[in-house]
Ligand binder design. Structure first.
Ligand SMILES: *[C@@H]1O[C@H](CO)[C@@H](O)[C@H](O)[C@H]1NC(C)=O
Ligand SMILES: *[C@@H]1O[C@H](CO)[C@@H](O)[C@H](O)[C@H]1NC(C)=O
Ligand SMILES: *[C@@H]1O[C@H](CO)[C@@H](O)[C@H](O)[C@H]1NC(C)=O
Ligand SMILES: *[C@@H]1O[C@H](CO)[C@@H](O)[C@H](O)[C@H]1NC(C)=O
Ligand SMILES: *[C@@H]1O[C@H](CO)[C@@H](O)[C@H](O)[C@H]1NC(C)=O
Ligand SMILES: *[C@@H]1O[C@H](CO)[C@@H](O)[C@H](O)[C@H]1NC(C)=O
Ligand SMILES: *[C@@H]1O[C@H](CO)[C@@H](O)[C@H](O)[C@H]1NC(C)=O
Ligand SMILES: *[C@@H]1O[C@H](CO)[C@@H](O)[C@H](O)[C@H]1NC(C)=O
Length: 782
């Protein structure tokens, strides 16, 4: 008998992609790379203040440095005293006796006061709050058995610090709590929907009290309202909620004005409905204010289900006119607010964090299938290609909160179940040329002249730098051929850059087939543009090869162009001809190609034209398989009609991203074979088939999902002669194409049967290389 290693399957699998798309899995004890921390128990809350991270799990409260190095942790247990209505909480050391767990539901760094406010409830819903030293959570400044905020069972609740009074100098805790509908236990108490709790002993009542000088102000809604987010900007407090009503849900924005006291603050409450999908049911999942203005972004489900999600932007400037505070609880509001823009559509989005970088808005988006996506958006709401910053191998759900590292603002914290990760917002240093740095379309990266490298802007303080412009632009250098009726032909060259300082040495050098290519009458180069006036009145029919060298700072950009006289780009009007015309620096007018100053130089004008091809239009009817792991798939089969002239298969994640193309084999006209390339992200991609004229046809889809993973293998031993049936249990096993044992890496065993959760195969005979071997999967038959 020979043992198959894998009888003990550790918690994490390591995967390596070999050139032939072989996927090897083997267990490696523990985790864990830098910037990754595992906790005892699932994460319930986390917060970041200055240089410290606080994490509350089901069992403990942790203090970590900003790079997730543990500093210390605390355990709280309740001891329930018979006869009393309260749990009493004590800190206990590891392993001590306890009988009630404590769950932290509020974790608020109160930075000006150098304290951390932590509140929660026991198993019996008994409340308890502590004020801890922000720098050292072992130092307790105050504690009290008091209920502040939600219980464990009303998790769709928020609590945050707000400042009231004219001076905005008094801090309170605003708690917005989902109604508790469950069974009542020992300490369950009546708790209003909105409360303002004191944060010290000098605020009309003791610390944590809700009273005011006039009464006990609060707001109580009879219905089940859920809260998603809340924050304050100067004297306006914003609160975002979902109001379910039967199968439908409406999303609401609520404003409160910070007044002299709690009563007047609650009286100022005004509510609008966010109009998301036309008439349909929508639901807010996550929210982030966009810094530096009144724009706010939210992730919404738009189809009543959980899958189809959209990232939207609203202007949430407060409007306290009309309406009353009673609108808050009611289904109908007098006002609705329409979004400014839909920025992104993707399945399973679950969390969002927005930051600003120069004039760009940058969104970090978490998904239910374990991805962190970065999306840069310009002031006209045009987006660049979304980038996956992190993707989990499996489908683990991301915690609905993403926070920025406040020390260097170069990392974000994301959490999954019992794990927290520090993910860099950019990998500027991986781009080694100014072109790559620019093409990354990442507003966080600049090309630093003194360092001759792509860096964060902060790392290039004492030098000039260049970066992408303040709006989405496909090319770093564009050019136009301009000609007035009588004048000469002019070649205008335009660079699309943001610069730290206008370069003093900006210059363009044009070289063509003859040295005297540009006349000397042209205007001097002026950043960002330079002009060449062609000496010859014409461009030869065969075109003119030109090299342009553009210099600024220490950067020299070289561009090779083939100039063609615009009126010479002729043919029957078609989108292919139009694209060729626009690409050549000309414009489209009256169904023909003209000089750039005469018509429209916008690619989108070409999309309205017929393709004009001389081929029968190909159609895709199916792709098999159309659901693959993010490693891709070899030998996929595309079926359809008129495929005969297809040269390649094009795969496009988003219209803003450059497409990937795969060659085709065994094209029969009704089917062809191609390799589905690996993907950086999970999700849907569009597929079209490419003809020799560059036109692409069809609009099919491929879905990328997580890679296969295993949790169990049975039996875990086999005869050395092989041929024992082994059953693997795991997820996404339908993507496995073959199995390899590490002692015979050349030998690929086909599965006997497979489904998503189980797979069986026959073991091969043992080799001579030892008794234990690792198990490998293959994703390709190659
Ligand atoms: C709870 O803990 C206290 C103190 O350890 C102990 O005396 C008591 O018996 C425990 N009660 C239960 C129900 O476990
Ligand atoms: C800070 O917190 C302590 C303890 O709760 C309190 O006594 C003090 O007044 C607070 N200071 C401010 C400025 O809120
Ligand atoms: C926190 O404070 C306690 C008691 O004051 C001290 O023993 C401990 O070393 C401090 N921990 C840290 C990390 O500063
Ligand atoms: C509350 O949390 C539980 C468990 O994490 C989850 O199943 C439930 O959907 C949550 N409820 C709401 C309203 O978010
Ligand atoms: C200019 O035109 C003349 C005559 O047509 C030709 O010989 C010469 O090569 C042209 N020069 C350039 C730079 O195109
Ligand atoms: C091109 O035209 C489309 C539609 O006419 C417009 O939305 C877009 O902003 C234009 N692009 C540029 C760069 O002018
Ligand atoms: C289109 O195809 C036909 C027949 O194959 C051929 O005669 C014609 O020249 C082609 N036209 C063009 C523009 O290629
Ligand atoms: C093309 O088809 C032949 C015969 O069916 C097959 O042997 C070969 O592997 C196929 N090529 C590709 C790249 O799929």
């Amino acid at each position: 008998m020979q043992a198959v290693s894998g009888s003990v399957f550790p918690r994490c699998w390591k995967m390596i992609l070999l050139p032939a798309l072989l996927l090897i899995l083997w267990g490696e004890p523990g985790l864990c790379l830098g910037g990754n921390r595992r906790f005892d128990g699932h994460i319930r809350r986390f917060a970041v203040a200055i240089d410290t991270v606080y994490v509350a799990t089901e069992k403990k409260l942790y203090q970590l440095s900003h790079d997730l190095t543990p500093v210390q942790s605390l355990t709280l247990r309740g001891i329930f005293k018979d006869g009393s209505r309260q749990d009493l909480f004590y800190r206990v050391s590891e392993g001590a006796e306890w009988n009630s767990t404590f769950s932290i539901n509020i974790l608020l760094p109160f930075v000006e006061n150098h304290t951390l406010i932590s509140c929660g409830v026991s198993d019996y819903e008994c409340g308890y709050c502590e004020i801890l030293d922000l720098k050292n959570i072992s130092n307790r400044i105050y504690s009290e058995n008091v209920r502040v905020g939600p219980t464990k069972r009303s998790n769709a609740s928020v609590a945050f610090l707000v400042k009231l009074k004219k001076s905005l100098a008094h801090t309170y805790i605003l708690s917005a709590t989902q109604k508790y509908d469950g069974e009542f236990v020992k300490c369950s108490t009546y708790y209003p929907t909105l409360n303002l709790h004191n944060t010290n002993h000098d605020q009309m009542g003791e610390i944590f009290a809700v009273i005011d000088d006039q009464s006990t102000p609060n707001i109580i809604c009879p219905g089940n309202m859920e809260f998603v987010d809340g924050f304050q900007i100067s004297s306006t407090i914003y609160l975002l909620s979902n109001l379910p009503s039967g199968p439908k849900n409406t999303v609401r924005l609520n404003w409160l004005e910070a007044k002299e006291n709690k009563v007047d603050t609650f009286k100022s409450l005004r509510t609008v409905t966010l109009s998301v999908s036309d008439g349909g049911s929508s639901r807010l999942l996550s929210s982030s204010l966009i810094p530096g203005g009144s724009l706010w972004s939210g992730v919404f489900t738009v189809d009543g289900g959980q899958t189809n999600t959209e990232l939207l932007v609203f202007d949430i400037s407060p409007d306290f006119t009309g309406g009353t505070e009673t609108d808050f609880c009611q289904l109908a509001t007098s006002k609705t607010l329409k979004p400014k823009a839909v920025l992104f559509r993707q399945k399973h989005m679950s969390s969002v964090l927005a930051v600003r970088q120069r004039s760009w808005m940058v969104f970090f988006i978490g998904t239910g299938d374990g991805q962190l996506i970065k999306l840069a958006v310009d002031k006209n709401y045009h987006t660049t290609c979304p980038k996956v910053l992190y993707k989990a191998d499996d489908d683990r759900q991301m915690f609905p909160q993403i926070l920025l590292d406040q020390v260097d603002r170069r990392h974000v914290y994301v959490a999954f179940r019992d794990q927290m990760k520090l993910v860099p917002v950019s990998k500027c240093s991986t781009y080694t040329t100014v072109q790559q740095c620019w093409s990354a379309q990442d507003p966080h990266c600049v090309w630093c002249h003194s360092k001759q490298s792509c860096t964060f802007e902060d790392d290039c303080k004492d030098s000039d730098w260049v970066s992408i412009p303040d709006h989405v632009q496909q090319k770093m250098v564009s050019y136009q051929l301009v000609k007035d009726s009588t004048g000469p032909i002019k070649l205008n060259v335009h660079t699309h850059l943001t610069v730290s300082q206008v370069p003093s040495n900006f210059a363009c050098q044009f070289s063509g087939p003859s040295t005297e290519f540009c006349g000397n009458k042209g205007p001097p180069p002026q950043f960002p543009q330079c002009t060449c006036i062609l000496i010859n009145g014409t461009i030869p029919a065969q075109g003119l090869d030109v090299t342009i060298r553009i210099r600024f700072g220490s950067v020299i950009l070289a561009e090779n162009l083939k100039l063609t006289s615009c009126p010479d780009i002729r043919g029957s009007p078609s989108s292919v001809l139009c694209q060729q015309c626009v690409k050549s620096g000309c414009s489209w007018r009256n169904n023909g190609c003209s000089w750039a100053n005469e018509g429209v130089m916008n690619d989108s004008v070409c999309q309205t034209l017929e393709s004009g091809m001389n081929f029968s239009r190909p159609e895709i009817t199916s792709i098999a398989p159309s659901v693959v792991s993010f490693y891709g798939r070899n030998h996929a089969v595309l079926s359809g009609h008129n495929l005969r002239d297809v040269t390649r298969v094009r795969i496009q994640m988003d219209a803003t991203c450059s497409p990937q193309e795969s060659p085709v084999w065994n094209n029969t006209g009704v089917s062809l074979t191609f390799h589905i390339p690996s993907s950086n992200n999970k999700g849907l991609v569009k597929v079209c088939v490419l003809l020799p004229d560059g036109s692409c046809h069809g609009n099919s889809q491929i879905t990328y999902q997580s890679s296969p993973s295993c949790t169990k293998l049975e039996p875990s031993s086999t005869w050395s002669s092989g041929k024992r049936i082994i059953t693997l249990t795991g997820s996404h096993l339908e993507f496995v194409e073959g199995i390899i044992h590490s002692h015979t890496p050349q030998e690929v065993t086909d599965p006997r049967s497979r489904s998503s959760q189980t797979l069986t195969y026959d073991t091969p005979a043992a080799g001579n290389s030892g008794d234990f071997y690792q198990l490998c999967f293959s994703e390709s038959g190659q």
